[in-house]
Design a protein around this ligand. Structure first.
Ligand SMILES: C[S@@+](CC[C@H](N)C(=O)[O-])C[C@H]1O[C@@H](n2cnc3c(N)ncnc32)[C@H](O)[C@@H]1O
Length: 246
C-alpha cells in the first residue's frame, strides 16, 4: 500500500482525459512473501476467489442467496471488508485488491494457521485479486447495490491523474453498474484527491451528491489507512453519493 502511494504533488484540475488504462494494476508485491503468506495465496485465495465467469451473474458466486451485492475497491488490509461481511451476512460482498500483502492480511484473519485448506471461509465474501475496473466493466447494468472506495491511492501528480479510480472517463461505467438509489461511499484524506473528487462529482449528473462528512459516519467500519491518516493529523472527507434513476 505505502509503496503504491505516490508522494505529494501539484493540484490537478479535471480535464477530459483518455479512459484510464487497465494495464496499470496487476498483482503487486512489496516484500518477498513468507511461507504462510504464500500458502494463503496458493491455497486459501482460490477458495475465496471470485470467478470471472460469474461476472454476468455475480450473486451466483456466493455460497448462499444474498439480498444485495456490494463491491469494495482496494480493501487494503481487509478490515472494512471483513467487518461489513460479518455485519451483513445476507449481503454478498466482493473485495478487490491488487496488493499481495493486503490479500494476505485479509486471508490471515479468515483462516488460522494450519487451516489454510480447510477452515471455513465467509459464505458471503469473495475476493478479486486484480484491478477492479475490468470486473466493473463486466458487471450487468444496475447489478450493484453498494460500492466502497476508501482511501484510494491519490496519485497527486497531474501526469498520473488518469490512474485515479474517480475519473470522468470511468464514471459512466460506475453509474451503469449501480442500481438506482444505490450508494457509493468514497473516503479520502488527501487534499488533492478530495478536491478532485469534489470537482468530478460537481461535473456529473449520475449521482446526487450531499456535502461530504468530516467525521466517519455510523456504519462505516474503520480502515487501517484511515487510522494512519488520523494519527498524522489529516482530515478525511466521507462522501455517500447515491445513483440517480437512469
Ligand atoms: C491507500 S490504500 C487504502 C486501503 C484501504 N481501503 C484502507 O483504507 O486502509 C489503497 C489500496 O487500493 C488498492 N488499489 C488501487 N487501485 C486498485 C484497483 N484499480 N483495483 C483494486 N485495488 C486497487 C491498492 O493496492 C491499495 O492497497
Amino acid at each position: 500500500m505505502g509503496a503504491d502511494r505516490p508522494g505529494a504533488g501539484a493540484e490537478v484540475r479535471v480535464q477530459p482525459l483518455k479512459p484510464p488504462p487497465d494495464r496499470l494494476y496487476g498483482r503487486q508485491r512489496s516484500h518477498p512473501l513468507r511461507p504462510r503468506q504464500q500458502l494463503l495465496l496458493d491455497v486459501t485465495l482460490p477458495r475465496m476467489r471470485f470467478d470471472a465467469a460469474l461476472a454476468t451473474d455475480p450473486r451466483a458466486a456466493f455460497a448462499r442467496p444474498v439480498r444485495e451485492f456490494w463491491l469494495e475497491v482496494g480493501f487494503g488490509g481487509g478490515e472494512h471488508a471483513l467487518a461489513q461481511a460479518a455485519a451483513n451476512p445476507d449481503v454478498g460482498l466482493i473485495g478487490a485488491e491488487v496488493f499481495e500483502n493486503g490479500l494476505c492480511s485479509l486471508l490471515s484473519r479468515v483462516v488460522p494457521e494450519g487451516g489454510e485448506a480447510t477452515a471455513p471461509v465467509p459464505a458471503n465474501l469473495r475476493l478479486w485479486d486484480a484491478d477492479a475496473r475490468p470486473l466493473i466493466r463486466d458487471l450487468p447494468d444496475a447489478s450493484l447495490d453498494r460500492l466502497f472506495l476508501l482511501f484510494p491511492d491519490p496519485w497527486p501528480k497531474s501526469r498520473h491523474a488518469k490512474r485515479r479510480f474517480v475519473h470522468p472517463a470511468f464514471l459512466p461505467e460506475v453509474a451503469r453498474v449501480l442500481r438506482p438509489a444505490a450508494e457509493w461511499r468514497i473516503a479520502s484524506d488527501d487534499p488533492t484527491y478530495q478536491a478532485w473528487v469534489a470537482e468530478v462529482l460537481a461535473g456529473q449528473a449520475f449521482f446526487a451528491v450531499p456535502p461530504p462528512a468530516t467525521a466517519r459516519p455510523a456504519g462505516w467500519p474503520p480502515t487501517r489507512y484511515e487510522a494512519k491518516a488520523l494519527a498524522a493529523g489529516r482530515v478525511p472527507l466521507y462522501w455517500a453519493v447515491s445513483r440517480r434513476p437512469a
